[in-house]
Design a protein around this ligand. Structure first.
Ligand code: GLY
Length: 373
């Protein structure tokens, strides 16, 4: 067993801890009990995760005399919409969840975002605990209070900042992830090294393969460092007025690629982030901001991990450079009609850039599309 880490997210009266370690489901009752006004909790989850982990969570709660009821939604991104939100909120009301009760979101990013938003709007806001079951959710979406749903206009366009009261990141739960999902989540881990911690990227180059094979101590270290970085950024810029935008490294490209692939399993979000990070370094090099060799180093690590690193790795047809740029124009990070990119002066040194010359962006995408020929 690895030791348990506590990462504090210092947000004044909304401060909370992210607890990272093994065997946390069995200890969930003891960890959650201090946050409860009465010994009951309502769990939102999805059917696949429920089959794997719900019984263990409810047993962990019961061990501390916490009664729980649970509702499992259909797995998948399509659940994160108005209908899924209505289903979740109506069930929470059926379950007689009161203003001072606790909702538990047990699942990956979809359940965390949807469950958090349901908690945000239920009775004008009830508290919630995140128990992220995917690597992506453990290192990114469960921390920082971004909650919400997708609409026909795009992803995450309706939502609220609503911080959890506690996050339990149980490293053991990652064992049940398909390898592809694990590596997609790893795309977000790499992102932290690339945006703000060159030494962490060095560490990932050395330890990433063993971590992916299942080494628990390495996994815990990677999750802790990622969460520490996110906690620091969120504490300084909770509502994304500035620095928090750095967490979107790779995302302008990623969102265009996700739209181009119809948000299908041709491209998982974390895979799009990894390719998007490589493209952000291509653009940075093309603009003379970072060394010409740096994008190659980023791709070499993604390849060493068996990850997608280029447009050529996305199966099926893709639109050309102009169409991809048009899709970027739909991104919610567009401000005053200008595309916003996170670029880098070097690995670990990212910054927000609102004035990327479109000709250079076109050249980068033209070259990237050429890798598919
Ligand atoms: N996932 C990016 C953020 O939380 O700001």
């Amino acid at each position: 067993m690895t030791q348990i880490d506590h990462v504090h997210v210092p947000l004044g009266e909304r401060a909370y801890d992210v607890v990272i370690g093994q065997g946390l489901l069995a200890q969930a009752g003891a960890l959650i009990r201090p946050h409860l006004h009465r010994p009951r909790a309502a769990i939102l989850t999805e059917t696949r995760v429920a089959g794997l982990h719900l019984e263990a969570l409810q047993a962990g709660l019961q061990a501390s005399d916490i009664a729980s009821s649970a509702h499992a939604l259909v797995p998948g991104e399509a659940t994160k919409g108005w209908a899924g939100l209505a289903e979740a909120v109506e069930w929470l009301l059926d379950a007689k969840v009161e203003r001072r009760d606790m909702v538990i979101a047990l699942g990956g990013g979809v359940i965390g975002d949807l469950g958090g938003f349901a908690a945000a709007v239920l009775r004008r806001g009830v508290r919630f605990v995140q128990i992220p079951t995917s690597l992506l959710a453990q290192v990114d979406s469960s921390v920082g209070g971004k909650t919400g749903i997708n609409t026909r206009h795009g992803k995450n366009l309706v939502g609220a900042f609503h911080q959890p009261s506690l996050v339990l990141a149980d490293i053991d739960l990652l064992d049940s992830l398909p390898a592809r999902d694990f590596l997609a989540g790893y795309g977000e881990v790499v992102k932290y090294g690339l945006l703000g911690d060159a030494a962490f990227f060095d560490w990932l180059e050395v330890n990433g393969p063993a971590l992916a094979r299942g080494d628990k101590a390495l996994r815990q270290h990677a999750v802790r460092v990622s969460v520490e970085m996110k906690a620091g950024i969120v504490a300084r810029d909770e509502t994304e007025q500035g620095e928090r935008a750095l967490l979107n490294l790779g995302h302008t490209f990623c969102h265009a690629l996700e739209a181009a692939t119809g948000y299908s399993d041709r491209l998982l979000h974390g895979e799009g982030v990894a390719i998007g990070c490589a493209l952000a370094f291509d653009l940075s090099a093309r603009m003379g901001l970072c060394a010409q060799e740096t994008p190659g180093r980023v791709r070499a690590h993604l390849r060493a991990m068996g990850m997608k690193a280029d447009l050529a790795d996305i199966p099926g047809d893709l639109p050309g450079p102009e169409a991809l740029i048009a899709l970027m124009g739909q991104d919610k990070k567009v401000q005053d009609g200008r595309l916003r990119f996170i670029l880098a002066r070097e690995i670990g040194d990212a910054f927000v850039c609102d004035d990327v010359p479109e000709a250079l962006l076109g050249e980068v995408l033209h070259d990237a599309c050429a890798t598919r020929c």
